[in-house]
Design a binder for this molecule. Sequence first.
Ligand SMILES: *[C@@H]1O[C@H](CO)[C@@H](O)[C@H](O)[C@H]1NC(C)=O
Ligand SMILES: *[C@@H]1O[C@H](CO)[C@@H](O)[C@H](O)[C@H]1NC(C)=O
Ligand SMILES: *[C@@H]1O[C@H](CO)[C@@H](O)[C@H](O)[C@H]1NC(C)=O
Length: 300
Amino acid sequence: MFRLLTTLILWVALSEASKIVIQSNPNYLLQDLTKTLTLRCSLLDTATTTTTMIGRRDAGDLTETQYDVQSVTAISVVRNSQNEPVANLTSQPSAAVPLTDLKSLKVHGSLGKNHASSPNSEHAFLEMQWDHPGQNQTGGYTCYIYAVDAQGQNIVFSTSAEIGQEFPSADDMLSHISQLEKTVDALEQRLQAVEIKLGLLKPPHAEEGMVVCEDSNNWNRDPYGNNGRYVFHNVKFQTPYDKPPMVSLGIDLLDESSDAYLRIHTDIDNLTKDGFTVRCGTWADTYIFKVRVRWVSVVA
Ligand SMILES: *[C@@H]1O[C@H](CO)[C@@H](O)[C@H](O)[C@H]1NC(C)=O
Ligand SMILES: *[C@@H]1O[C@H](CO)[C@@H](O)[C@H](O)[C@H]1NC(C)=O
Ligand SMILES: *[C@@H]1O[C@H](CO)[C@@H](O)[C@H](O)[C@H]1NC(C)=O
């Protein structure tokens, strides 16, 4: 007697079954807040006989068989009592097609292989996803799965789910707002990162120009002797830099008297983000008729 019971339990646990389930996410719509509605109707090959149904189950529906079906031939979903077609999945042509809500509904699915029998595997499914679902998407959905058993008999599974709509509560609104704020924060961070990258991609701020120092006889006297003479020329950048840039000078043209040695000195004074001063200088008996200095500034 004891031995018989053990055998029976084992047989039940190993028995095969096919069952239809329809799952919705979310289970009901929040008016104007729900962004997507997903309905997935599946035929599961399962090794257990426990049934956990989601949604409503009509008395006449065949929801489960005590054996695995051989193959699934079609899945069809209709809506409400008028049986408005919602989506079909057939093998000829082998594609899932939306039959209503064409602007917002996307569908995909698979009829599966013949006799896919690993336990709890999804043999076939049809998934529907609505973008910004509303009043039109509420109501009762019935899914039909057409299958053939090992003896070649046709079987039709069916089950239903009810999608309702609720007006969002204050709590729903608050959690929605806090979610939006998080999204805004994340977007701001990403935007900042993009702006920094764009800043790096921009060519660096650079400017150039020329300064001419003429007739060293008219320059200022250097108080420290040796007949030093110097002159200043102020340069203002077209666009101020954020901080003082790097500036380099080069002599572009030089005209002097040949009676004395060549002595010339050019340098930069008081470099700020707005500009700088070029100093031209010479000493002893050198006479500078003209020196032209070219400058280049680039962001430091
Ligand atoms: C959808 O499938 C059902 C069941 O197979 C069929 O009766 C109906 O004609 C199909 N509708 C379309 C538009 O293909
Ligand atoms: C809801 O369905 C009706 C009738 O099919 C249609 O005229 C209307 O545009 C739909 N509303 C939305 C928001 O899609
Ligand atoms: C540099 O700046 C100081 C302080 O403003 C000023 O006294 C000096 O004359 C400036 N030098 C030149 C060459 O403009």
